[in-house]
Design a protein around this ligand. Structure first.
Ligand SMILES: [Zn+2]
Length: 93
């Protein structure tokens, strides 16, 4: 086995995901996937993600991942600590 061919397969998988895989590349990729379990798994997972994305949204995701939406802050498990002994009024300055 050669790692360089695995790297090549990775590139081809990305081409596949980008819908840029030529027939020749597809042959090359499938040949490698037959021989390489690691890349087969990689491809299966990549494809699963693509199918997942395709199933949820009809449109392809935007190419740029730069803009990050502000999401809700993570919930804190111990948010409100009950102070039974010390009333709030006593703590207020
Ligand atoms: Zn491989």
């Amino acid at each position: 086995m050669s790692e360089s061919s695995c790297h090549r397969a990775e590139v081809l998988i990305n081409h596949y995901l980008d819908d840029e895989l030529t027939a020749e590349e597809a042959k090359e990729l499938s040949a490698h996937l037959k021989a390489c379990a690691a890349c087969r798994k990689e491809f299966a997972e990549a494809r699963a993600v693509e199918l997942l994305l395709g199933g949820v949204a009809a449109e392809p995701p935007p190419p740029s991942d730069a803009q990050s939406k502000p999401e809700a802050p993570p919930k804190q498990g111990t948010d409100g600590q009950p102070n039974k002994d010390t009333p709030q009024s006593m703590q207020a300055v």
